[in-house]
Write a protein that binds this ligand. Structure first.
Ligand code: UT7
Length: 339
């Protein structure tokens, strides 16, 4: 399955520009040292196999993904001088919605008072943000909407078994969001290639809680509501998938390595990121990396990197976002930075 779209319009047509980005991370820091007291692991193993030193966790009874998004999107609106009533659409990429129903986007709109907005959740695991920004771009390009917020947020700690050393060392909680607005300037989301292969679902999934295996005392006892990952096949597919889709999007837009200013990869494992950069012969200093601080925050990794590197981006920079995750889902989005 492939979605391909060349988005950048010329001749006075509308483009979808990113006009602001904001992140938010919970305060609690779960260090490798603390994990050493919880499961049979070592700081050395985690550092050398993943590059992660610590991750953030959202603590507090009744706190969900929407609570992180209230912080990120609230600050985004302030920063961009956007009035609440101007927001028309919120697309929320997450695999950890507050509830199965309603969508977290609706809860967020209510909590923030975005009275004129409609919203929906989008679930594409670690590729959620690149899928969501591609969808949001279409609403802008048609002229249908002028202010679209795309959120990537996950409270991974709510679906992780802290007795499973294969997964609990990797994931963290966080949220990031961007504002998309129309512009006639040649900047914004230029191009997207999104891919999917459902046969990869056996390697990364949550067995229970959906319509196939509904929640019961047995599913809880069997730990069926936690993430299962067979890491090695995911690792291999991630390197191959991201390197090939980045190559494809560069070729389609006649870009060489020298024309690309930054690559913002999903932060799943430092070794995956280095392998992708190596395969592309792309200098690692132009690849954003913050996995050491936050681990894998699923849909949030890319907007969190964008937020952290925002001050280094220049108007007109060619930036490639790329992700790979459960599904399998993967892809690349080419952005020409707009400010
Ligand atoms: O973001 C969504 C997509 N997800 C990814 O991209 C993740 C892709 N996969 C990975 O990043 C890596 O596969 C992991 C970090 C999950 C695991 O690293 P690995 O180098 O592939 O290790 P492995 O699973 O092949 O395990 C190697 C050994 C095993 O022991 P034996 O069988 O060789 O004796 C594991 O039991 O390491 C052991 N192990 C650990 N040891 C200490 C696994 N987890 C741990 C741990 N601490 N936390």
């Amino acid at each position: 399955m492939v979605f391909q779209s060349t988005n950048l319009q010329k001749n006075g047509m509308l483009n979808a520009a990113i006009t602001g980005v904001q992140g938010w991370l919970p305060e609690y820091v779960l260090t490798n040292q603390e994990l050493e007291t919880m499961v049979d692991t070592t700081d050395e193993w985690i550092r050398s196999r993943t590059g992660i030193l610590e991750r953030r966790l959202l603590k507090g009874e009744g706190k969900g993904t929407s609570d992180m998004a209230v912080e990120a999107v609230g600050r985004l609106l302030e920063k961009t001088g956007t009035k609440k009533e101007e927001v028309e659409l919120v697309i929320f990429a997450t695999v950890t919605p507050d509830m199965v129903m309603p969508d977290t986007a609706n809860t967020l709109c209510d909590k923030l008072g975005l009275k004129n907005a409609f919203g929906f959740d989008l679930k594409a695991a670690c590729s959620g943000f690149i899928y969501a920004i591609t969808v949001g771009t279409q609403f802008i390009k048609t002229g249908a909407h002028k202010k679209v917020i795309v959120v990537g947020g996950d409270k991974m700690s709510s679906i992780i078994d802290y007795e499973d050393r294969a997964t609990c060392i990797i994931f963290g909680d966080g949220c990031g969001a961007v504002l998309l607005e129309p512009t006639e300037e040649p900047v914004g989301v230029v191009d997207s290639i999104l891919r999917g292969d459902g046969s990869g679902r056996q390697y990364l999934y949550i067995p229970a809680g959906g319509s196939k295996l509904q929640s019961s005392a047995k599913t809880v006892a069997d730990k069926g509501h936690f993430v299962f990952q067979d890491g090695r096949p995911v690792f291999k597919a991630a390197v191959k998938g991201m390197a090939s889709v980045v190559r494809d999007i560069m070729a389609r837009n006649n870009l060489t390595i020298d024309d690309v200013d930054w690559i913002i990869p999903h932060q799943a494992n430092k070794r995956i990121i280095s392998s992708v950069a190596h395969a592309l012969k792309f200098p690692e200093e132009k690849v954003t990396l913050n996995i050491h601080k936050y681990g894998n925050t699923t849909a949030a990794t890319i907007p969190l990197c964008m937020w952290e590197w925002e001050s280094q981006f220049k108007k007109g920079d060619n930036i490639i976002l790329t992700a790979f995750g459960g599904g399998f889902t993967w892809g690349a989005v080419l952005v020409k930075w707009g400010y």
